[in-house]
Design a binder for this molecule. Structure first.
Ligand code: UD1
Ligand code: UDP
Length: 410
């Protein structure tokens, strides 16, 4: 066991890399943890042990290779339409087994999925400290997003290291009593990955025509059913305009498909695709004119590419993009959605006001900051510094200018 109870710190044996179990199970976790895993694989200071919980199957497996994720353990927990309680119990026992078998010095989880919650729980039951990437996002509404707000608040109580993407997220944690020394503002690793994939120049857009290009993604549990059907009918009205093409890479969730397909099928200006590979999705995002989404990750990626985003939700835990002017929280009213989307399509001035590229979520160097902080805080009994990785630029000026938030860096 390599957890020093006295110091409450991970303590790898002298001279050996820090064994970090990286737990992921859904598409966004793979995308947002891949930069951390790649940076660890390049660093002599860390040994990443990637666990795929298998919460998602096809949507995750289609991107593991491209993201450079070499999975050591696959728990394969996905079952069609399984209840959250079944998923949770399979995950906690599977992750507990993985932790007891591999005895990592620390466990890394990301975001607010059931996999992340169970990774943090299983680690804490085994007294292994947890690092939480993308910590501190809050709506403070336990029903929205559900169950993600519950999950991230619980992880916030358990984690040893809190990697907040923005100063606002860090402030949320401190307001909840997390000591400032346990919180690091890093930027969001999704930007690291976005810049990485853009630099490769791979991927083909899914749009087929020269019409105005609307990219849509929808999946949130709290929207499934009547709200999602209402959005779908509005998308059909937008496609009926004749000057626009809607591309919707359809989530694999049966509940999402049942809500959307009856309303959207068979329209000549609506293209429904399988979930796109990451490079293809980013190429599609880069080509589109307007994004309509309830996705967290897409809300973060679109501003970097200067794409106006209509957030198809009642709340957002990412108000930074709204404040920057590139995103609008549309709410749940279908008529409002039609009015706002039509205005953007018809009024070039309004469109340009939203389309300026801004990046409130990071500078693409978040993974390095995560590793630096972990290496600094992992005690080596010999006193040998663990960090053999590039140190981040001095905190302060850089993150404040990205975030525009006065509190600065911790
Ligand atoms: C999950 C996360 C959500 C995240 C989203 C990303 C939870 C509670 N929710 O939501 O935070 O934003 O992933 O997409 O952790 N399915 C497949 N193949 C797949 C993936 C899903 O068939 O590759 C089907 C299965 O029937 C599964 C269902 O979709 O039971 C729902 O998947 P689940 O992971 O439970 O929730 P999501 O809605 O995808
Ligand atoms: N994404 C993708 N293919 C798709 C749709 C989305 O690769 O067909 C990527 C997208 O770039 C973003 C992430 O998936 O990084 C968002 O995942 P999702 O919307 O499923 O989850 P959320 O971010 O809402 O948790």
């Amino acid at each position: 066991m390599s957890f020093d109870v006295r110091t409450q710190r991970a303590a790898p044996p002298p001279g050996e890399p820090i064994r970090a179990m990286v737990v992921l199970g859904t598409r966004p976790e793979a995308i947002k943890l891949a930069p951390v895993v790649r940076a660890m694989a390049e660093s002599a200071a860390f040994e990443p042990i990637v666990v795929n919980s298998g919460q998602h199957r096809e949507m995750l497996e289609q991107m593991l290779d491209m993201l450079g994720l070499d999975v050591r353990i696959d728990l394969a927990v996905m079952r069609e339409r399984q209840r959250l309680s079944e998923l949770t119990s399979r995950l906690v026992s599977g992750l507990d087994r993985a932790i007891r078998t591999h005895r990592p010095e620390l466990v890394i989880v990301q975001g607010d999925t059931t996999t992340a919650l169970c990774g943090a729980l299983a680690a804490s039951y085994e007294k292994v400290p947890t690092a939480h990437v993308e910590a501190g996002l809050r709506t403070r509404n336990l029903d929205n997003p559900f169950p993600e707000e519950i999950n991230r608040q619980i992880i916030g109580r358990i984690a040893r290291w809190h990697f907040a993407p923005t100063a606002r997220a860090a402030a949320h944690l401190e307001a909840e009593g997390v000591p400032a020394r346990q919180v690091t503002v890093t930027g969001n690793t999704v930007i690291d990955n976005l810049l990485w994939i853009l630099a490769q120049g791979k991927g083909s857009p899914a749009f087929r025509t020269g019409r105005r290009k609307l990219l849509v993604t929808l999946h949130r549990r709290e929207s499934q059913g009547s709200h999602m059907r209402g959005i779908a009918r509005t998308l059909r009205r937008l496609a009926d305009r004749g000057d626009s093409e809607v591309v919707l890479p359809l989530h694999k969730s049966p509940a999402v498909q049942e809500s959307l397909l009856p309303e959207l099928g068979g329209h000549e200006h609506i293209t429904i695709t399988e979930p796109l590979g990451y490079a293809d999705f980013v190429a599609t995002l880069a080509q589109c004119d307007l994004v309509l989404t309830d996705s967290g990750g897409v809300q973060e990626e679109a501003p970097t590419l200067g794409k106006p985003v209509l957030v198809l939700r009642a709340t957002t835990e990412r108000p930074e993009a709204v404040e920057a002017g590139v995103a609008r929280l549309v709410g749940t009213d279908a008529e409002d959605l039609f009015t706002i989307a039509s205005e953007l399509l018809d009024d070039p001035g309004e469109y340009q006001r939203m389309a300026g590229a801004v990046n409130p979520f990071g500078d693409g160097r978040a993974a390095g900051r995560v590793l630096s902080e972990l290496a600094r805080d992992c005690v080596r009994p010999t006193g040998v510094p663990a960090a053999i990785i590039e140190s981040p630029r001095p905190p302060g000026e850089e993150m404040v200018s990205i975030d525009g938030f006065e509190h600065g860096v911790h």
